[in-house]
Design a protein around this ligand. Structure first.
Ligand code: ADP
Ligand code: MG
Length: 270
């Protein structure tokens, strides 16, 4: 019989995460597809429905959730030996970014140290009662996202973000494989940057391919959550530090639908 003792760190992580009802990770095959945009807007939509929501910015390669929520200059405070998350309106957030003294410097910690830092952060946060923790993972399916998913353990599901080009098809397959390897249900695919609606004539131009994410979802038999068009307000919102669902009606209705489907799929997985 193998007797494996849990480290104090593992116990703390388990204890902290056990108070959270649903843990959902957002992943993508590569950076720049809109993973952080989808993370903050799903979180904000859930919070506005009355759920208690936190975001764990685990993208140690580029932790920019604080920037997109306009809280990048906040400092993490502690209470006893616990870290208090930053409150960005009705969404709580914790990010490695808050631990950087010079925000303009890239994180140059080597992989294993970054994971260690993140593990400490995960175990030490006083989230309080949370309905949802949305985790912004590093892009891809390398050791880094893998270690993070293995640290969090019982994720309730993953949301895969892709752009509609055919090349991202391969990335989606990798993400699906990643979810399978880590034994995590896939709640669905979000196709981001899907067409551009002209503000003057109303015509939709499909700058990338049309329906790429939708087709790949069908082909791989995984749920499709929705398509987010290229919307200038989304880019603007990210730059000024506000979730776009708060600034733009079209974005709000798109994310309302995505979140509704995501909630249906979580309940199916239970
Ligand atoms: N649907 C969209 N319409 C317009 N701009 C977008 C959209 N999705 C993302 N962006 C912008 O594209 C950039 C990359 O998105 P981001 O969410 O940071 O990607 P990732 O986290 O995958 O690297 C950001 O400046 C963001 O505001
Ligand atoms: Mg990002």
């Amino acid at each position: 019989m193998e007797l494996k003792l849990k480290s104090e760190e593992d116990q703390k992580i388990e204890e902290t995460l056990s108070k959270i009802k649903y843990k959902i990770a957002v992943l993508s095959g590569k950076g720049g597809t809109g993973k952080t945009t989808v993370t903050v807007n799903i979180a904000q939509t859930l919070a506005d429905k009355g759920y208690k929501v936190g975001i764990l910015d685990a993208d140690i390669t580029g932790p920019n959730v604080p920037l997109m929520l306009g809280v990048e200059n906040e400092q993490l405070m502690s209470e006893g030996n616990k870290i208090l998350p930053i409150e960005a309106g009705n969404v709580k957030v914790v990010s490695m970014e808050f631990l950087l003294e010079d925000k303009s410097k890239a994180i140059i910690w080597r992989g294993p140290l970054k994971i260690k830092g993140l593990k400490q952060l995960i175990g030490d946060v006083a989230w309080g009662e949370l309905d949802f923790l949305i985790v912004d993972l590093p892009p891809g399916s390398s050791d880094e996202p893998l270690s993070i998913v293995q640290t969090i353990k019982d994720l309730n599901g993953m949301v895969v973000v892709t752009t509609p080009q055919a090349v991202s098809l391969l990335d989606v397959r990798k993400s699906i494989n990643f979810a399978n390897v880590t034994n995590t249900p896939i709640l669905g695919i979000v196709e981001n940057m899907s067409g551009f609606k002209c503000e003057h004539c109303g015509n939709i131009t499909y700058i990338f391919a049309k329906d790429g994410g939708k087709n790949v979802a069908k082909m791989l038999n995984i749920p499709f959550l929705g398509a987010v068009p290229l919307i200038p307000k989304i880019c603007e919102a990210g730059d000024i530090g506000k979730p776009a669902v708060k600034l733009d009606d079209l974005t709000k209705s798109v994310f309302d639908e995505i979140v509704t489907k995501m909630l249906e799929n979580i309940n199916k997985e239970k």
